[in-house]
Design a protein around this ligand. Structure first.
Ligand code: MV4
Length: 445
């Protein structure tokens, strides 16, 4: 087992990783930017190294400084958390070259999944359902038009270097195809330095359901059930829950098996997520594979009673997994509490938290790095807390969430708490009747 892990991240996830390391008897090293001197991850780690100025480029994305911090502290592994360097193939390769275990995917897996057309092709060959569309990249607008004719409109053009909602254009009729093609290629070229595009049938009003997977160094893989992440705004998740209210026993088995196939196809080691789009007939299709721990991992931990960070560390150190699949025994919901003004287009609201009261009681988990007097820097993402509730049934988990939200006091900055409070009362949400389009029609009162 590792003796010392450097955590190449900040905020709640850095704290989350430090907590598990402490329980495992592993020493921790925090890295921080000058904006994060007063952060809890710096205080709770055994050692801390300043790695640069507030902008991420100079600190949390500064590979030479992070490697140097690992060298001087004698760290034998690096946990990248999510975001920042967690899916950076160069970083994964440099860690390996310096004999530091990167607790994440190999450079080949990161690049293989980062190219979306390539990832889709890998999954198709492995027998994972994919959305009908072009065979790989389109070589001309004429080819695109002819594929669209075959699969029928509406279609969606996707940048192979995109992902997470970036570089996509929906085309509703043939007359618009050429213009959308030109705009999409131009945007992708400018944003990613790669204008490769592929085409798919556009699935209207899908659900976003992802399967948590784990694989070990010995060729075994298992799934740990699903999370429903359909409640999103501009590709930013605001609430996730498990089990999905749309799930059936049969669909879970089929999606679980497909996710395991996906993991085995890339010899996946560690914990990962296979994202699917699910249509109204419960057809499901591979969308993307995430080779990192995700923000919403705690809801899975709660319903299967399993520490996913511990599992990640154990797999990275060479432990085998049991290979059995896990099914939810409870219901869990996560509300992302962001320092944003939901009444003003979710505009970021950084600043000092002048007063704080955190909810507690039965069935409540709060993953957060903030405290009264803490100043939220404007340089990083605006998530300041994950409020998670756990209960026997979905209805009880919603009721507990409503109660916990009513206790939560965060003064000095605007937060998404009023948004979630209203969502908990929404009739369609209560019925589990929602798709990825749900928030487009949601009006905050
Ligand atoms: C789609 C789609 C409909 N049809 N692909 C958005 C994120 C990126 N991973 C893929 N996305 C989509 N791909 C086809 N063929 C609709 C979306 C989509 C979406 C997916 C998941 C969650 C929220 C979404 C919001 C808008 C569009």
């Amino acid at each position: 087992m590792f003796k010392k892990i450097l955590i190449a991240n900040r905020g709640e996830i850095a704290l989350r990783i430090i907590r598990t390391c402490k329980e495992m008897g592993i020493k921790t090293v925090a890295v921080y930017s000058t904006a994060d001197r007063e952060s809890l991850h710096v205080r709770f780690a055994d050692e801390a190294v300043c790695i640069g100025p507030p902008p991420s480029k100079g600190s949390y994305l500064n590979i030479p400084n992070i490697i140097a911090a690992a060298e001087i502290t004698n760290s034998d592994a690096i946990h990248p958390g999510y975001g920042f360097l967690s899916e950076n193939s160069k970083f994964s390769a440099i860690c390996a070259k310096n004999k530091i275990k990167f607790i994440g995917a190999t450079p080949e897996q990161i690049d293989g999944m980062g190219d979306k057309s390539n990832a889709k092709n890998t999954m198709k060959l492995a027998g994972v359902p994919t959305i009908p569309g072009s065979e790989g990249l389109l070589s001309s607008v004429e080819e695109g038009l002819s594929v669209a004719e075959k699969i029928k409109y509406p279609v969606i053009l996707k940048a192979t270097a995109g992902g997470g909602g970036r570089g996509m254009r929906i085309v509703w009729k043939p007359e618009d195809f050429e213009e959308e093609w030109n705009v999409a290629r131009q945007e992708a070229g400018a944003a990613f330095g790669n204008d490769g595009m592929y085409l798919e049938k556009f699935i209207e009003e899908p659900r976003h359901i992802e399967i948590q997977i784990a694989g070990d160094q010995y060729g075994k893989a298992c799934h740990l059930s699903e999370r429903d992440c359909s409640i999103q705004r501009r590709h930013q998740k605001l609430l996730e829950e498990t089990p999905s209210p749309f799930m059936t026993k049969d669909l879970r088995e089929k999606m679980g098996e497909a996710a395991i196939k996906a993991a085995l196809a890339v010899k996946y080691e560690g914990v990962g997520t296979v994202e699917f789009l699910v249509d109204k007939h419960r057809n499901f299709y591979f969308m993307e594979m995430n080779t990192r721990i995700q923000v919403e991992h705690p809801i899975t931990e709660e319903v299967i009673n399993y520490d996913l960070i511990k599992e990640q560390i154990k797999i990275a150190s060479g432990d085998p997994i049991s290979g059995k699949n896990y099914f939810p025994a409870m219901h869990a919901i996560e509300c992302r509490i962001n320092a944003e003004d939901p009444y003003n287009n979710f505009r970021p609201s950084p600043g000092r938290i002048t007063n704080l009261h955190v909810p507690g009681g039965h069935g409540v988990r709060v993953d957060s790095h903030v405290y009264a007097g803490y100043t939220i820097p404007s340089n990083y993402d605006s998530m300041i807390s994950k409020l998670i509730t756990i209960a026997q049934t979905r209805e009880e988990a919603i009721n507990t969430m409503e109660r916990a939200l009513s206790e939560y006091v965060i003064e000095g900055v605007k937060t998404t708490i009023p948004f979630h409070t209203q969502l908990m009362k929404n009739e369609d949400f209560r019925k589990g009747n929602y798709t990825t389009k749900f928030l487009e029609n949601f009006k905050l009162l």
